[in-house]
Unconditional design. Structure first.
Length: 235
C-alpha cells in the first residue's frame, strides 16, 4: 500500500515548466495605456495581494494596478486588457513533459492527486483546458480561498476536500511562497522539486533554507509515495 494516500502539487514551476512573462504582458500594458516597466513592477510587488483576490475581479484588479501607475483607463480598455492578460498567462503556461505521466502513474497506484496554487484569476479559468485537468481530484486556488501559501488554510482545504488527514498527504513544489515549510506546519510531508531548469523561473518568497526531501524530476514522486519513512523525515 502506498506510503501516501494523496499527492498535492504546486502548479507553476512544478507541474509546468519554468515561467517567465512573455510579450503578451506588454500588450496588456499597452491596452491600458500603462508604461510597461511600471506595469510589471506593480505586478511584482502586488503579487500576494492580487493572488488573494483582494481587489476583486480581473478588471477591478487591473484598474487598481493602473491607479498605482497614475493611469485611469476606460471600461472598454479594462475589458480588452483582461482578455489579453488571460491569453498572456495561458501562453506562459507549458506543462512539463512528465506531468501527465506522473499523475497517471500515481492514480494507477490508487494515490489521489490535487493542485494548490498561489494564482490570480486566470489559472482557475483555463486549467480545465489542460491535459492534467481530469487527473486532479482537488484544485485549491489562492484567489478563490482568499489566502496565499504558506497559510495552512490552503493545505487543510485540499485535505478536507479529499477527506484525508494531512499526515496521509505529500506536498510537492518548487519552494516558492515558503510553501514547503507551510505544508509541514500544516501536518503534511513535503518535497522540493529542484529541477535544473528552475534557475530561470519567476518565483516569489522562495523557501531558501529548505533542508528536507529534494527531487530532481517529477517522476521521482512515484517512487517516493512507496517509501517507508516517518512523516516529515528528510531523505
Amino acid at each position: 500500500m502506498p506510503r501516501f494516500r494523496a499527492v498535492l502539487f504546486d502548479f507553476f514551476g512544478t507541474l509546468t515548466r519554468p515561467v517567465q512573462r512573455g510579450k503578451g504582458h506588454l500588450s496588456t500594458a499597452e491596452l491600458l495605456g500603462c508604461p510597461p516597466d511600471t506595469f510589471l513592477e506593480v505586478l511584482d510587488r502586488s503579487f500576494y495581494e492580487r493572488a488573494s483576490g483582494r481587489f476583486g475581479s480581473v478588471e477591478a484588479t487591473l484598474r487598481w494596478v493602473c491607479e498605482q501607475a497614475g493611469v485611469h483607463p476606460p471600461a472598454e480598455a479594462l475589458r480588452a486588457a483582461a482578455a489579453a492578460r488571460h491569453r498572456a498567462v495561458r501562453a506562459d503556461t507549458r506543462l512539463r513533459d512528465e506531468a501527465v505521466p506522473t499523475l497517471r502513474a500515481l492514480r494507477r497506484q490508487g494515490v489521489r492527486t490535487g493542485v494548490i496554487s498561489d494564482c490570480t484569476h486566470e489559472l482557475p479559468a483555463f486549467l480545465p483546458e489542460l491535459a492534467i485537468a481530469p487527473l486532479l481530484d482537488v484544485r485549491v486556488f489562492s484567489v478563490q480561498v482568499g489566502r496565499c501559501k504558506p497559510d495552512a488554510t490552503l493545505y487543510l482545504a485540499a485535505c478536507a476536500r479529499l477527506g484525508l488527514p494531512p499526515r496521509d498527504c505529500l506536498y510537492v513544489g518548487d519552494g516558492g511562497s515558503q510553501e514547503l515549510t507551510g505544508a509541514q506546519r500544516a501536518g503534511l510531508s513535503a518535497a522540493r522539486l529542484a529541477s535544473p531548469d528552475l534557475a530561470d523561473h519567476l518565483v516569489f518568497n522562495l523557501d531558501v533554507d529548505w533542508a528536507g526531501r529534494t527531487l530532481r524530476s517529477l517522476t521521482e514522486v512515484v517512487d517516493l509515495v512507496e517509501a517507508v519513512a516517518p512523516v516529515g523525515t528528510p531523505s
